[in-house]
Design a protein around this ligand. Structure first.
Ligand code: NDP
Length: 468
């Protein structure tokens, strides 16, 4: 019997879809799942693709069924499950056999696993996969990290199964160690922010303008035909338009306002703090999810202080204002995300391919959008530069920023929450202020801690005349 070209462990939502995708692209694949009944069920449901799938009940069978040097994808929950699988697999594998962690690992864990693999002289890759179930089945965006030789061993399979943007596969090797998982975490941080800004504009329409979900759906559909064209704006239109069969109400109106998270947005914020990289829009989005979780306290606050007087005048904000505000907020968010990636690349010596990152995000992943193509162009011209200064985006910022200011000012005046949009505005204002107020901070630090300060008129470290 001929052997498989690759193996996969973990036939959950993502692993099952990824396996079918791999088989569909013509590669023979062996699969294993901890609960063996799931393996049989998966194989039985695979239809014509089953001819290229070898179901295995034991890890030994899995290893024996794959051609050498082997490559095995782990698609199990991030954390202990990955370490358990690696520990169980390694003794069965040869020195050249590659383990690929394709789950949402924290990049620091991937760094540790990559270092262990280096020490053991065995290959290891950590790859970020985005696009959810649908993406995994028909073409995800793939961000690889680890040794380049390891990527090259499976690169032809990963590019074949990835999403396609105008003939370019959305799968790229990002660099050594945990770089792929780091890029994936930043993708998810941006995803949180994109979603939050959309939710804030939805809140202005719903609570400030009294718009029905159906009216919101129309706005999103319209915006999806312009510069905001993106998967997230598209699905925001779709979810706003959907009706609950049971109650006959808009589905959106019956969904509890408590948002979940698996931690990748939080990791992005934590790493940004470690790196001293300002990403306030993403921070605001993560904080907003945390605030959403404390619903009973919010309800207590409403009972104590009363709800905000939110109703806006009919002509306070136009649909165009809201669209332009989202455009400005989005540019600020991505400028911050790419700045963070640059900072990480420098800190960890990764030499991240900045334009390639924008390119792999153009299709397949959750943040895919038309604007990412323009970002890829801007980053090709100036990979290390803040996106705000790319001529294309400077012009867009000039055109859209007045609307963002108007939307934020109006929303705040009426008690509507726009934390991510206002963080974008504050970032813009900070970034165009050559002389900030940090001189006051430095004076205070020197006063209470003798930390010294630099002067504007001469070199060196100085102290103020505060006495001891
Ligand atoms: P699921 O919960 O659907 O599936 C998890 C799979 O892992 C199951 O096959 C399960 O086997 C197996 N598993 C769980 N624990 C262990 C263990 N200790 N040892 C061995 N196998 C184990 O998860 P998903 O498919 O959604 O996610 C898999 C990975 O992909 C995660 O890291 C996730 O963060 C990431 N991811 C998920 C996305 C999504 O949209 N769902 C998108 C991008 C990445 P069993 O049947 O025996 O329980």
């Amino acid at each position: 019997m001929s052997k498989s070209e690759i193996g996969l462990i973990g036939l959950g939502t993502m692993g099952a879809m990824l396996s079918l995708n791999i088989a569909e692209k013509g590669f023979a694949i062996s699969v294993f799942n901890r609960t063996t009944s799931r393996t049989k069920e998966f194989f039985d449901d695979a239809g014509d693709l089953a001819q290229r799938i070898t179901p295995c009940d034991t890890l030994e069978d899995l290893v024996a069924s794959i051609a050498e040097p082997r490559a095995i994808i782990l698609m199990v929950p991030a954390g202990d499950a990955v370490d358990q699988q690696i520990a169980a697999l390694r003794p069965l594998l040869g020195k050249d056999d590659l383990i690929i962690d394709a789950g949402n690992a924290n990049f620091r864990n991937t760094e540790t696993r990559a270092a262990q693999a280096e020490a053991d002289g065995v290959p290891f890759l950590g790859i970020g996969v985005s696009g959810g179930e649908e993406g995994a089945r028909h073409g995800p965006s793939i961000m690889g990290g680890g040794r380049k030789e390891a990527w090259d061993q499976v690169g032809h399979i990963l590019t074949a199964i990835a999403a396609d943007y105008d003939g370019t596969a959305c799968a790229t090797w990002m660099g050594q160690g945990g770089s792929g998982h780091f890029v994936k975490a930043v993708h998810n941080g941006i995803e949180y922010a994109d979603m939050q800004m959309i939710a804030e504009v939805y809140g202005i329409m719903r609570d400030g303008q009294g718009a029905t979900a159906a009216t919101c759906a129309q706005a999103f559909e319209t915006w999806n035909k312009g510069p905001l064209q993106s998967y997230l704006v598209e699905i925001s239109g779709k979810v706003s338009a959907a009706t609950d069969e049971e109650s006959g109400n808009a589905v959106l109106d019956i969904i509890l306002d408590r948002a979940g998270q698996k931690g990748t947005g939080r990791w992005t914020v934590i790493e940004a703090q470690h790196l001293g990289a300002p990403i306030p829009v993403i921070e605001a989005a993560v904080a907003a999810r945390n605030l959403s979780a404390i619903k009973s306290e919010r309800e207590r606050g409403e009972a104590t202080f009363g709800a905000a007087p939110v109703v806006l005048a009919d002509d306070a904000l136009s649909s165009d204002d809201l669209e332009q505000a989202l455009i400005a907020g989005k540019i600020m968010c991505y400028a911050q995300g790419f700045h963070l990636l640059n900072a990480a690349g420098t800190e960890f010596n990764w030499d991240l391919p900045m334009p390639e990152i924008a390119r792999v995000w153009r299709e397949g992943c959750i943040i895919r959008s038309t604007m990412l193509n323009d970002m890829a162009d801007a980053l090709t011209a100036a990979p290390q530069d803040n996106l705000m200064f790319a001529p294309f985006f400077s012009k867009m910022i000039e055109d859209s920023m007045p609307a963002l200011r108007k939307v934020v000012a109006t929303a705040i005046t009426h008690g509507l929450q726009v934390p991510a949009l206002s963080a974008g505005l504050a970032y813009y204002d900070a970034m165009r202020t050559g002389r900030s107020t940090a001189n006051m901070i430095q004076a205070q630090r020197d006063f209470f801690g003798a930390h010294s300060f630099e002067r504007t008129d001469k070199e060196g470290a100085h102290h103020g005349p505060w006495g001891s």
